[in-house]
Write a protein that binds this ligand. Structure first.
Ligand SMILES: N[C@@H](CCC(=O)N[C@@H](CS)C(=O)NCC(=O)O)C(=O)O
Length: 293
């Protein structure tokens, strides 16, 4: 146990110096901080996002729908820089009062439809285009059980384990122990299920796989938090098999590039408006273009 014990005051005060990676954007109030409209492109679907695990759930799904030949799933994707506080603009808050990416606007209905929460966006798109979600009620219920498992479990991984292991200003044993225990339990849940199932819902690749892969696949492949050794993720063999298989899909490779603003330049597609952008508009191409102009 730590020698220093925090005694909460009678009334909590906002301490702007609390530190941690997200200290500059965290605040205890909602609502816009500044006036700025969101841009709008030519397609009915407008996505405002960033290529974090929650963001790529939606871009992978949209790329999978397009790969199935569903042309109406064409979309414009705009980058929201959360470290610069763009999720607090008046335009973004109007679409998502919770100020978190991803947020989607569908202009194809009679009136403009803003949707937020990655799970709600995924269900909406899968049902709208009648794809990647089972039609039959029993299978659909099983699929949604796993999708909502991710929505409920993910915050223990990201906001709990990831925050205290990788982002907190100091390492504290108690929260790291608590969330490591929970995350290892979750990895075991997935590993046991995938021992007898090709995908999360049996033989069918669905939105449940697309919701779970960006978080748990990235964790076991050491792409988030640099915690693979600490968590001994190589021991979850079935989860690794599933992670690798999904990572090979063309739509998944495309989806993870959209709204990505870090890493290799040829893997960053800041905005996506057309399928050709993957070949023509990645950051390495845009940088080359500037050099030759
Ligand atoms: N439950 C939400 C979580 C979304 C979320 O946490 N988004 C993060 C990035 S992964 C974000 O926008 N953070 C900005 C902030 O907290 O100000 C969902 O699944 O859509």
């Amino acid at each position: 146990m730590s020698e220093q014990t925090y005694v909460p005051p009678k009334i909590w005060q906002w301490n702007t110096e609390s530190g941690g990676k997200f200290a500059s954007i965290n605040r205890p109030t909602a609502g816009p901080t500044h006036q700025a409209d969101l841009p709008t492109g030519k397609h009915p679907l407008q996505l405002y996002s960033l290529a974090t695990p929650n963001g790529v759930k939606v871009t992978i799904l949209l790329e999978e729908l397009l790969a199935l030949g569903i042309k109406d799933a064409e979309y414009d994707a705009y980058l929201i820089n959360i470290m610069e506080g763009e999720q607090f603009s008046s335009g973004f808050v109007e679409v998502n009062p919770n100020s978190k990416i991803p947020a989607l606007v569908d202009n194809s209905n009679e009136s403009r439809l803003p949707i937020f929460e990655s799970g709600a966006i995924m269900m909406y798109l899968a049902e709208k285009f009648d794809a990647l979600i089972p039609k039959e009620p029993v299978l659909k219920a099983q699929c949604l059980s796993w999708m909502f498992w991710q929505v409920g479990s993910g915050p223990y991984l990201g906001g709990g384990f990831g925050h205290f292991y990788a982002y907190a200003p100091e390492k504290f044993e108690y929260p790291i122990d608590r969330f490591t225990m929970e995350v290892k339990r979750q990895l075991d849940v997935l590993d046991r299920h995938l021992a007898n199932n090709k995908y999360m819902c049996g033989d069918q690749y669905t939105i449940a796989d697309i919701a779970i892969w960006p978080w748990y696949g990235a964790l076991v492949e050491n792409k988030v938090y640099e915690a693979a050794e600490f968590l001994q993720t190589q021991s979850y063999k079935n989860l690794l098999r599933w992670t690798e298989e999904i990572g090979q899909r063309t739509a998944v490779k495309r989806g993870v590039m959209v709204n990505r603003s870090w890493g290799e330049l040829d893997e960053q597609l800041h905005e996506r408006h057309d399928a050709s952008d993957f070949e023509l508009k990645t950051q390495n191409k845009l940088v080359d273009e500037k050099v030759t102009l």
